[in-house]
Design a protein around this ligand. Structure first.
Ligand SMILES: Nc1ncnc2c1ncn2[C@@H]1O[C@H](COP(=O)(O)OP(=O)(O)O)[C@@H](O)[C@H]1O
Ligand SMILES: Nc1ccn([C@H]2C[C@H](O)[C@@H](COP(=O)(O)OP(=O)(O)O)O2)c(=O)n1
Length: 415
């Protein structure tokens, strides 16, 4: 997993509910450090022996009703003043989160537990909002009890939160619902991550020119072409060679056009989010990358798209069963329209009725549908792109839409 997320906040600021949902959304593991204090408080109150080894059982618990009573809360708050206990808990969580891919919530996660966390968030909300949330949550008949509980815990926690303020990005959640808070956090992650990944994308795009696309069909041969060769080759005889059946060929051209459209859009998307700020620490590096790699790749994709959109109508030669670009068959050394029999004439008509402009219309309709991007990628990654070119697949998934998703192949976060 690529990173950890630390979320701090006072009581009822939303740490647990937000942190848990965020973890699920990112397919991360969730740790509520407050639960560790409550867990110790439970053993303390019940005077039972504390079993350290069950710490792992506290991972991914968001609704620890066993430890949520007010007396446990109060005991937890008391224990949290003990430096030895703090150190013990911090060490335990540090160990558990070493592999990354965790959302950890608490009061001092960003400062003491995971000072190296890649993302540090501080959730805040005004006192009345927090009180209201907790009263609703616990359905407590006497809000006075909750009021008292929050005040005492705030007093203990405030110094920790003040430290967190200095290193974390603060989100005031008073006027935001949970969904909006999660979206804000995702935006913060995307923003930082998208730049970090430019370098990764750079390598991938450079590799595109040598990516081998293997077209294997139920024929006796296969074509191995690089991305850029592919487009210039397939609109020549190679279309026919690879796809003797008209229906396959038309389908392939359509896919190819969608593929280049997807590439073109991906490059535009990358360009749109490149930082334009001259003061940006990597501005020069990005500019260089923009001119040396991005521009070329984008232009290449546009040319390839134009080319595949204006692929020629082919002529059918009934003698050798091949389609030719001109009305002359080079293997039969004959002019093509001289002597069709009625059967092959039919083939020509059916092919001509499926000209490339009608394919364009179809694929435009297709493109309007949401998810086209994914369809194309999926098609190409499973069907046409060989295993060597997994990186191309990553690139498309990476830039495909605005959702954060995990790409299982390298466990990197995908935007
Ligand atoms: N932004 C929000 N808007 C409305 N309710 C929220 C929001 N964030 C959290 N809540 C609700 O407030 C209550 C307290 O949240 P919780 O996550 O338990 O806070 P904490 O872990 O910080 O004590 C829960 O019932 C939760 O669903
Ligand atoms: N990192 C942490 C987490 C919790 N604590 C303290 C704060 C609370 O008094 C208890 C229980 O925390 P918990 O987060 O479950 O409680 P809240 O409902 O958020 O106040 O532990 C802490 O001091 N440091």
């Amino acid at each position: 997993m690529p990173f950890n997320i630390a979320i701090d906040g006072l009581t009822a600021s939303g740490k647990t509910s937000i942190g848990y949902s965020l973890a699920k959304r990112l397919n991360f593991k969730f740790i509520d450090s407050g639960l560790f204090y409550r867990y110790l408080a439970y053993y303390n109150i019940n005077s039972t022996n504390f079993n350290q080894h069950t710490y792992d059982n506290l991972i991914d618990c968001s609704n620890s009703s066993a430890f949520s009573s007010l007396d446990i809360s109060q005991k937890a708050s008391e224990l949290s003043k003990d430096e030895e206990i703090r150190t013990l808990i911090n060490q335990e969580i540090k160990k558990l989160t070493k592999k990354k891919g965790f959302v950890v919530v608490g009061r001092d996660v960003s400062t003491n537990i995971l000072p190296d966390a890649e993302f540090k968030i501080l959730l805040s909300a005004d006192f009345e909002t927090r009180l209201g949330r907790r009263v609703n949550q616990l359905n407590e008949e006497n809000p006075q009890n909750i009021l008292y509980d929050i005040i005492t815990r705030d007093i203990v926690s405030k110094p920790l939160i003040n430290c967190s303020k200095k290193v974390s990005k603060e989100i005031n959640t008073s006027d935001l619902d949970s969904f909006e808070v999660i979206e804000k956090i995702l935006q913060i992650i995307k923003k930082k991550n998208s730049f970090k990944n430019f370098k990764r994308t750079l390598d991938q795009i450079e590799n595109l020119s040598t990516t081998v696309i293997t077209i294997t069909k139920d024929y006796n041969y296969y074509l191995e072409l690089t991305n850029w060769q592919l487009n210039s080759e397939v609109d020549e005889d190679a279309y026919v060679e690879a796809f003797p059946l008209l229906v396959d060929r038309v389908k392939f051209i359509e896919d190819l056009k969608n593929y280049y459209e997807a590439r073109k859009n991906a490059f535009f998307k990358i360009e749109r989010i490149l930082p334009k700020d001259k003061d940006h620490e990597s501005f020069d590096e990005i500019q260089e990358w923009r001119t040396t790699v991005l521009q070329g790749s984008k232009t290449g994709a546009k040319i390839a798209l134009d080319k595949s959109s204006s692929a020629p109508i082919l002529y059918y030669c009934p003698h050798c069963n091949h389609f030719r670009k001109i009305k002359f068959c080079k293997c039969c050394k004959k002019s093509i329209n001289d002597d069709f029999d009625s059967e092959s004439n039919e083939s020509v008509e059916s092919f001509e009725s499926v000209t490339l402009s009608s394919i364009t219309e179809e694929s435009q309709k297709f493109r309007k549908n949401k998810g086209i991007f994914d369809d194309v990628i999926e098609k190409y990654s499973s069907k046409y792109i060989s295993s060597q070119s997994g990186k191309v697949k990553n690139e498309y998934i990476f830039w495909s839409d605005n959702e954060l998703r995990m790409d299982d192949s390298d466990n990197e976060i995908i935007i």
